[in-house]
Design a protein around this ligand. Structure first.
Ligand SMILES: [Zn+2]
Length: 96
């Protein structure tokens, strides 16, 4: 199947602008995931696409399905998301 047609699109929350933007999941053979029944199942991090074990991944604060479920991301990506959320919150408080 053509790769472009098989690409899955999620929504990515932009904490600075307070809205979702379309986001193509970084999938190849490994798929991004919301939930697995095995902790040792290897999935693709929804943020960077690197392989990560489900049991070592975190629910993304930014990358969500249309109905708002979070995809799983690696420890590095969740750190960056938390950082951005704090950053955006600090910017909002400065504006008030
Ligand atoms: Zn990642």
């Amino acid at each position: 199947m053509n790769k472009i047609f098989s690409a899955r699109v999620a929504g990515r929350w932009d904490p600075y602008h307070g809205k979702y933007r379309p986001y193509v999941l970084p999938e190849d053979e490994l798929k991004c995931s919301l939930l697995e029944d095995r902790m040792d199942k290897v999935i693709a991090c929804a943020g960077c696409g690197k392989p990560v074990k489900f049991g070592e991944s975190f629910t993304s604060l930014e990358i969500h399905t249309e109905s708002g479920f979070g995809f799983m991301v690696c420890p590095m990506c969740i750190d960056q998301e938390i950082e951005r959320a704090r950053d955006a919150e600090a910017m909002r408080q400065e504006e008030e």
